[in-house]
Every structure is written in C-alpha cells, then in structure tokens.
Design a protein around this ligand. Structure first.
Ligand code: COA
Length: 181
C-alpha cells in the first residue's frame, strides 16, 4: 500500500516544491504564482527554520507542502518570536484525500517539538479551523491583514516542556518577502 511520507524538505526538494506550489496556486493571469518566489526568497533569510518546511511525499513524488517561517511579535526587531503558516499547497491531482491536513499537522507538530508557542495564518477558516486556528484579532494579534477578520487566524501551540515561553500578543511583523504577496 502506498503511504504518505511527511518530512522536512531537503536540497533535492526545491524543484519539486516549486512545481507543487506552481500547480496548486496556478492562475490564468500569471505565468508563475507569487507563492513560488515567496518560498524561494524565504529560504535565503533568517526567517527560515529548516525543520519546519514540511513536504508530503506519496509514491516517491512530492505532492504537498506546508511552510512555517519566523515572524516577530511586538516590534520588527523584537525578541518575541512566532511563526507564520504558509504557503500550504497540495498538487491538484492529489487534493481532497487528506494530504493537506496531514502535512499541516506534521508542520505544527514539529513546531510544538521545538517549543514554539504561536502560529498565525492568513487563509480560509474552512480549512484551518480543523487545526484549532481561531480569529487572531480576538487574541490581541494585529497585522496589515487584521482588518480582514475571519481569514486572519492564530493558533496557540501546547507547551511541550515545563519551561515553555509565554504566548506573545501585539503587532505581528513579517520579513520583507511577504510584502510581495
Ligand atoms: C487547501 C489545500 C492545501 C487543501 O489540501 P487538501 O489535501 O485538498 O486538503 P485535505 O484533503 O486534507 O482536506 C480537505 C478539506 O479541506 C477543505 N478544503 C480544501 N481546499 C480548501 C480551500 N481552498 N479552502 C477551504 N477549504 C478547503 C475541503 O472542503 C475538505 O474539507 P472536509 O475535510 O471537511 O471534507 C489544497 O486544496 C490546495 O493546495 N489548494 C490550492 C492552494 C491554496 O489555496 N492554499 C491555501 C489554502 S487557504
């Protein structure tokens, strides 16, 4: 039986990840969707957390992707770290069979293992609420997208050790590559 393998991306995954993103976010008005460049640029910044770029592999093929990268809460150069989830993508021919849910959950589990406490996301609550995401503005978290209401969401991860950091509140600052999407 073919099973889904969930693992952090490696150097050989860059091309396959680009192809999954390009296919999942394809639009008639652009040749390459901005999500492809976003991931390429984030990979070269200190926002990149290698353990939290998660691929889903099915039958030896990369079919899904969920990325968690670093954001800062409270001040642009502030010391309070959090994570943003996205892009999340599944190759069109493998959508709606659970791969998206599995790869996002794997990324969140890996973040919990690293003692991360907070993840924000901009997306459809119909997909993200299954992981426990709720409206971020009601948790005291603001961003350029907070005015959108429901799509601006956050999730507090469970503390994995007794010394877990407190959950941050305030303005969420995204690294420069995010300004392009
Ligand atoms: C969103 C996406 C990652 C989901 O992956 P998937 O493997 O199809 O998802 P799963 O099979 O794990 O889960 C499917 C569930 O998510 C829901 N769902 C799927 N795509 C959705 C979308 N774009 N918006 C909202 N809900 C969505 C389905 O209704 C289904 O719900 P159910 O479990 O109650 O039946 C995938 O459809 C995709 O790559 N879409 C294009 C890229 C995109 O829009 N990414 C950002 C999402 S906000």
């Amino acid at each position: 039986m073919t099973t889904l393998r969930l693992r952090p991306e490696g150097p050989a995954d860059t091309g396959p990840v680009r192809r999954v993103l390009a296919a999942a976010f394809a639009r008639p008005d652009v040749s390459t969707p901005p999500e492809v460049g976003l991931v390429d640029e984030l990979r070269d910044t200190d926002a990149w957390v290698p353990e939290l770029a998660m691929v889903a592999e099915y039958g030896g093929e990369v079919v899904g992707y969920a990325l968690l990268t670093r954001v800062r809460v409270g001040a642009e150069d502030g010391a309070v770290p959090a994570l943003v989830l996205g892009p999340v993508a599944v190759a069109p021919h493998r959508q709606r069979v659970g791969h998206g849910t599995a790869v996002v959950q794997a990324a969140l589990d890996a973040a919990t293992e690293l003692d991360e406490r907070l993840v924000v996301v901009l997306g459809d609550p119909a997909f993200y609420r299954r992981f426990g995401f709720t409206r971020a503005d009601r948790m005291g978290l603001t961003s350029p997208w907070s005015g959108l209401g429901d799509p601006w969401q956050a999730l507090v991860l469970p503390p994995s050790t007794s010394g877990a950091a407190p959950v941050p509140r305030g303005e969420v600052f995204f690294p420069p590559p995010w300004s392009k999407v």
